[in-house]
Design a protein around this ligand. Structure first.
Ligand SMILES: Nc1ncnc2c1ncn2[C@@H]1O[C@H](COP(=O)(O)OP(=O)(O)O)[C@@H](O)[C@H]1O
Ligand SMILES: N[C@@H](CCC(=O)OP(=O)(O)O)C(=O)O
Length: 365
């Protein structure tokens, strides 16, 4: 029987007692709980933030530096300390961990995406706990995941996890930010696709970056491969084990839609794309009804992309509503925008495909 697979994401604010260095007591406790899950045959992948926060506290920096190179230096210092401590904690349970650092580019490249998956599968098979973080030292803002909630969700998609648990410094999602609204009430359960919940969330504290907005977006992403998401407090006693026992804690965001296939998940996971095709309202409606993108419905194309690369789809107001693999490069596409399909070969002197994006390679978000 296939084992259950859980992704546990722990945020910076929680790991570092709001920036005061590693919260060793809590980390030991979460590791003990993850070891408990493994002994109950649950495969566990840890997505841990904290590199920058730990590095900053080691350097005695009180405020997050603006300069990218300084942030990256802090991350490099903090990451080693973080994984060393995790390894020590897992060793106490006769377990080992392994560090995996990813960038957005790694998951956008299909081969590297599949390589990461194979390596993670092998680690799980060996009974090791993979510890994933963003590869902070090599990325700049344009190619960052932006926050580890999103990274956790993309890992949930990559590994077809059953559950994404996001541990944070609040009891869960409230109807408004409880930091500034003492009367806020906890949302115990909602559908991940519910657009109302996104309106309740705002950004994060000084150390975490995403806040609740990215946690909700992560739940929506995780739902694409069928994973339910729990947002719960990492400070709650035995939180992971209690969730395993079925207790209702924090907020449960249900995967309420049919999971999409692995290839489409990979396409959907391209949060940054090299280009955008703006389509007219007729094409938008057709795409919503699972039809392919034809040149006649395209109003404009921006960016620079090659045949086979993922592009975004935008409606006439510029709102991104989909992503797909383009059968034509940006240069070729410029020449055939708005034309009937039969005209493609006459204009370009060749026609690889009748569609600019085939419906099998297209995701409506
Ligand atoms: N509706 C909401 N419910 C709960 N928390 C919220 C909400 N809106 C904003 N937040 C903020 O999100 C913060 C958690 O996110 P963040 O600071 O990024 O932490 P982490 O490091 O755990 O990812 C909370 O401390 C809270 O101030
Ligand atoms: N990769 C970064 C994570 C950044 C971050 O702020 O994430 P989070 O605390 O989850 O909002 C780090 O380790 O410092």
């Amino acid at each position: 029987m296939k084992k259950q697979r859980w992704i546990i994401k722990i945020g910076s604010a929680l790991l570092t007692q709001n920036g005061a260095g590693l919260d060793e007591v809590r980390i030991k406790d979460w590791c003990a709980q993850m070891a408990n899950l493994r002994s109950n045959d649950i495969e566990v992948i840890l997505v841990s933030s904290g590199a920058v926060a730990v590095g900053m506290s080691h350097l005695d920096w009180k405020t997050r530096p603006e300069q990218m190179a300084k942030l990256q230096a802090a991350a490099a210092i903090g990451q080693t300390k973080l994984v060393q401590f995790y390894e020590q904690c897992f060793n106490a349970h006769q377990m080992h961990s392994a560090q995996i650092l990813l960038t957005h580019d790694d998951l956008a490249n299909r081969t590297r995406y599949l390589n990461a998956k194979a390596a993670l599968e092998a680690l799980l098979e060996l009974g090791i706990i993979p510890i994933i973080n963003e590869n902070d030292t090599v990325v700049t803002d344009e190619i960052r995941f932006g926050d580890n909630d999103t990274l956790g969700a993309l890992v949930a998609n990559l590994m077809v996890a059953d559950r994404l648990i996001i541990l944070t410094d609040q009891l869960g999602l409230f109807n408004k930010d409880p930091r500034s609204n003492p009367d806020a009430t906890l949302i115990e359960q909602a559908n991940a696709s519910d657009s109302d919940i996104a309106l309740m969330a705002t950004g994060g504290g000084a150390l975490g970056r995403g806040g609740m907005i990215t946690k909700i977006r992560a739940a929506k992403l995780a739902a694409r491969s069928g994973a339910n998401t729990n947002i719960a407090s990492g400070m709650e006693k035995d939180v992971i084990v209690r969730l395993f026992k079925g207790e209702k804690l924090g907020t449960l965001l249900l995967a309420d839609q049919e999971p999409i296939n692995a290839r489409k998940q990979w396409i959907a996971g391209h949060l940054q794309t090299k280009g955008t095709l703006m389509v007219d309202s007729g094409a938008h409606q057709a795409i919503k009804n699972h039809k392919s993108v034809l040149p006649v419905g395209i109003i404009s194309s921006s960016g620079s992309f090659l045949r086979g690369e993922v592009v975004s789809l935008a409606d006439e107001s510029g709102k991104i509503f989909g992503r797909g693999l383009s059968n034509y490069s940006a240069t070729d596409l410029q020449q055939i925008i708005g034309q009937p399909t039969a005209q493609i070969s006459k204009t370009l002197g060749y026609a690889c495909d009748n569609e600019i994006i085939h419906c099998d390679n297209l995701v409506y978000l």
